[in-house]
Design a protein. Structure first.
Length: 129
């Protein structure tokens, strides 16, 4: 059975603030998600991170343990953790390339207060694009 986990966190230091830090994160994350048969999408915006990941329960649990121990995250909160019938995400690690525009479409200015339902709407918008 497949599951989807969506979490939000605050980035620590320069995490996600520069092209180099994003490239480094995406490189390692893509290798890990391919290995674990996960699909994922991540967004960096104004010092915050939002990520959705889909896959088998055991693989998502392993991902969450890594993220909780990762010093680049602070205040990680799980917004959704649910079984799913099919994947919405197609790539091992996709980057949301225009977070400001996507957030504006749902009436949000920042990831810091996003809810599970708003994050799900963003996934729908991204999938339809």
């Amino acid at each position: 059975m497949l599951h989807r986990v969506i979490y939000a966190s605050e980035s620590v230091g320069a995490t996600g603030a520069t092209t180099l830090s994003i490239a480094q994160i995406l490189g390692v994350s893509e290798r890990n998600t391919r290995r674990d048969h996960l699909t994922s999408c991540v967004m960096f915006h104004q010092g915050h991170i939002l990520q959705a990941a889909e896959g088998a329960r055991a693989d998502l649990d392993r991902l969450m343990r890594r993220l909780l121990a990762d010093p680049r995250h602070s205040g990680l909160r799980v917004l959704a953790d649910t079984p799913i019938a099919a994947r919405r995400l197609d790539e091992p690690m996709a980057l949301c390339d225009d977070p400001r525009s996507l957030l504006e479409r749902i009436g949000m200015a920042c990831i810091s207060r996003i809810t599970a339902s708003e994050a799900e709407v963003m996934l729908d918008i991204r999938k339809a694009a």
